[in-house]
Design a protein around this ligand. Structure first.
Ligand SMILES: [Zn+2]
Ligand SMILES: [Zn+2]
Length: 340
């Protein structure tokens, strides 16, 4: 069965963190973290609708300018989520350029800070990216982004500053059975997407859905005869965090049962003290967290360059502790996507 999410680390396991999660069949994508992205083709980046930033250390946020450059002349709204203070960081970056010729541009950035509350601001190109409050603050209850297809949950971790971990979850997975489609004498087409959208939106069973002949059939009948519905996929992402009891508990709660867990492992266990001093995890700790959270697969990344030539040891240490299905170093394509 084909999965909806197609995740790839834009800079592989060793480069700056940037995890692109493309949503198959939907022509849209989500991005977690914003390290350098200038080696990724524009066509791959343009479907991005929302960006989830862990924290504003440079290796996680320097791609902002490149994304801005790409989207500036587009009729698009980009949503950006991050810890408290991220709106100041965005404002600071925008203040570094001159905006006297963007009055006609429709591009807008909506920034939401995730803390005890969710607080949002708008930066519109046509307003020279002046910072404007957007809506009223609302309590943060774990979910930062939600639409009919996906939800994104967040956990605030201690990295001497807040570093946010994220989990992207598909609400339900809808799969069309080709044999049933053929048996019903129907051909695939955009109407199947409309059917899926209506189901995800919770439309009633008697909702009429137009099929290719122009006839209408009730949604419930089509769902029962053509679709398989299974629990959705879940991808979790943890970077730049201390291995402390509070962080471990928050990570295990967030990652719980993830199909794929992207976890930082900058250090080997032999450099445990250095990892703790830098508020980072070791590979063994990453493996232990993945096991405790019952993740199905673990992919470690964000390796310290000090291990160049020994990166395989980081993967081996994490997987040995994890003991689950693994994604080995080397089993990645050129763009850092796990070969599965
Ligand atoms: Zn950091
Ligand atoms: Zn980092």
């Amino acid at each position: 069965m084909k999965t909806t999410f197609r995740p790839r680390l834009l800079n592989g396991q060793t480069g700056d963190p940037a995890l692109l999660v493309s949503l198959r069949w939907q022509g849209r994508a989500l991005l977690i973290d914003l390290g350098r992205i200038d080696r990724t083709p524009a066509a791959v980046m343009l479907p991005i609708e929302a960006v989830f930033v862990s924290h504003a250390h440079m290796d996680h946020f320097m791609g902002f300018d490149q994304l801005l450059r790409l989207f500036l002349a587009r009729d698009a709204t980009l949503r950006l989520y991050g810890p408290e203070g991220i709106a100041d960081c965005v404002a600071g970056k925008l203040a570094g350029y001159t905006w006297n010729l963007t009055d006609e541009y429709a591009f807008t950035i909506e920034v939401t800070e995730v803390g005890r509350e969710l607080r949002s601001w708008r930066f519109a190109a046509r307003r020279r990216f002046a910072r404007e409050p957007l809506g009223t603050p609302r309590p943060f209850t774990g979910v930062v982004f939600s639409d009919p297809v996906v939800t994104v949950e967040a956990a605030l971790l201690d990295h001497r500053i807040v570093s946010i971990a994220y989990a992207i979850r598909e609400r339900m997975h809808l799969n069309v059975r080709p044999d049933a489609l053929e048996a019903a004498g129907l051909v695939p087409g955009p109407w199947l997407n409309r059917l899926k959208q209506a189901i995800r939106a919770g439309a009633a069973d008697d909702t009429p859905i137009e099929i290719p002949s122009g006839d209408r059939r009730p949604l419930g009948e089509l769902r029962r005869s053509l679709l398989t519905i299974t629990p959705g996929q879940k991808i979790a992402y943890v970077v730049d965090t201390l291995f402390s009891p509070a962080n471990a508990a928050a990570i295990i709660r967030l990652v719980d049962g993830a199909d794929l867990f992207f976890c930082e492992s900058p250090f080997l266990e032999e450099d445990l003290e250095q990892a703790a001093r830098r508020y980072h995890l070791t590979a063994r700790q990453a493996g232990a967290l993945a096991r405790a959270a019952r993740a199905k697969r673990l992919q470690v990344f964000h390796f310290s360059p000090r291990y160049e030539g020994r990166y395989g040891e980081l993967v081996a240490e994490a997987q040995a502790e994890f003991g689950g299905l693994d994604v080995h170093y080397g089993e990645l394509d050129a763009r850092g996507a796990a070969v599965s």
